[in-house]
Design a protein around this ligand. Structure first.
Ligand code: HEM
Length: 250
């Protein structure tokens, strides 16, 4: 039973001039905090970085303060709890990996900090050759979107699905996974009139996870473009110089 190829989506951050859509990232954060964060941690992302999404310092402070952070030891050697600060990181819903696995039929939900870079389906020859020129690097969000929207299909006749797992033909780990379909229509309220559908939630949370994994993508692309322009000009200049230096040699 082959794994299905994710559909290639039209991401705002694709291509050499790609940029993040901040409204989309804010919606993605909402989906993450209201749905995914019940199981998936995001250990490497600090609350302060949410200013990238267009939030003010005050908004980030208020967001962080909703979390309870375990800190310490204090002067008496005790651990204590306090409200989160912008310098804190997204907390894990489980105390450790064993507890995470035990609550999910033995499969710990992976951390989300780098998931958009860590997952993706091999595109195979010759597609990957063209990908170099089109700068396709969105395997991760394409895969996450496909996985989240891919629970609808029935397993093919004769396929044996292990107990407490769910069939998903896009899952790269096999035919079924321990995560039940996490999203349903109208589950998360959007204030900006964006459709409240599984497809839209999946797009938004995938874009958000791409930002989490690569917050400096826009800078990287801008720098890359400047470097290419410089190299082309420099090559022309070098060619003209070479012609001049060698012009007197018959
Ligand atoms: C695995 C996304 C919500 C439990 C995964 C994976 C992704 C993902 C990308 C990795 C699949 C792979 O290894 O290729 C999401 C998103 C969520 C969400 C975007 C929110 C919209 C949840 C929730 C739970 C959960 C609420 C718990 C009730 C798991 C588990 C796995 C997993 C147990 C490991 C599955 C396995 O390896 O068999 N999820 N998830 N997820 N997720 Fe979620």
């Amino acid at each position: 039973f082959p794994i299905h190829k994710p559909q290639q989506m039209d991401w705002s951050f694709a291509g050499p001039f790609g940029t993040y859509d901040k409204a989309q990232l804010q919606r993605g954060l909402k989906v993450y905090t209201e749905v995914c964060a019940a199981c998936h941690s995001m250990d490497l992302v600090a609350f302060r970085t949410l200013e990238d999404l267009g939030y003010s310092e005050e908004q980030v402070k208020a967001f962080a303060a909703e979390y309870t952070i375990e800190d310490g030891p204090n002067d008496d050697g005790d651990m204590f709890e306090r409200p989160g600060l912008p310098s804190d990181y997204f907390t894990s819903p489980y105390p450790n990996l064993q507890a995470a696995a035990a609550s999910n039929n033995g499969a710990a939900p992976p951390d989300f900090s780098l998931i958009a870079k860590a997952r993706g389906v091999e595109r195979g020859f010759p597609t990957f050759v063209f990908d170099i020129f089109t700068q396709y690097a969105e395997n991760g969000p394409d895969y996450i979107h496909a996985l989240l929207t891919g629970y609808d299909e029935e397993p093919p006749a004769g396929m044996d699905i292990p107990e407490a797992t769910y069939y998903n033909p896009y899952f790269i780990g096999g035919k079924s996974l321990a995560m039940a379909p996490p999203l349903s229509d109208e589950q998360v309220t959007y204030e900006d009139g964006t459709p409240e559908t599984v497809d839209q939630y999946s797009r938004d949370v995938s874009a958000f996870l791409m930002w989490a994994a690569e917050p400096h993508l826009e800078d990287r692309k801008k720098t890359g473009f400047r470097v290419m322009v410089f190299l082309i000009l420099f090559a022309g200049l070098m060619y003209a110089t070479k012609r001049r230096v060698w012009s007197k040699i018959p």
